[in-house]
Ligand binder design. Sequence first.
Ligand code: C5P
Length: 213
Amino acid sequence: SPVPVVAIDGPSASGKGTVAARVAESLGYHYLDSGSLYRLVALATIRGGVTDDAAIAAVAETLPAEFVGGKILLSGADVTDAIRSEECAAMASKVAAIPAVRDALLERQRAYRQAPGLVAEGRDMGSVIFPDASSKFFLTASVEARAQRRYKQLMEKGLPANIDSLSQELSERDARDAARSVAPLKKLPDAVLVETSDMTVDEAVRFVAERIA
Ligand code: C5P
């Protein structure tokens, strides 16, 4: 039988990253943070001053990224924190709308499907990358709750943050992710909806864990 996949999709700061990592850990499964790949392409693009779509797709094709011991490396340099900036997030959602970029990252993502199983998190895990996933979830929360969470994360890292501009940026990014023609962000009919606005992380993890097929 195929290696089981738990697909967790949803908008930015919905809590899906934390929840997916915790669920993967509790199951002893591998974990794919697919957004980090788009963020890496974005960072390489910004740093390289690359602007046209074909050149950005070439960056994605040859992305010199490594995941070692919880660190994310780009050309051997630690970019774990650098890819979390709002600038990088905004550029990630732009490069993610280029079909050739998504194609370039397809096999790289599918390669994470290894025994005993995989928890994969992003926007199109259940729709495009792992359409045969054994369990699919759509995690979401109100814009206010998500902006509040992102604000807390940034403050904890000592990074500058402003609630109003975060709300604005989240809304713009979600609109772009939902409106694009390739792999738009949307809840699939076969995905379980998880509304996390009023849930703690523990509650969301339990809610998901109890519904894994
Ligand atoms: O999840 P995260 O906020 O790190 O993703 C950054 C951006 O990467 C998203 O706004 C989205 O545009 C893009 N993305 C995507 N498909 C995925 C994961 C992320 O298009 N599977």
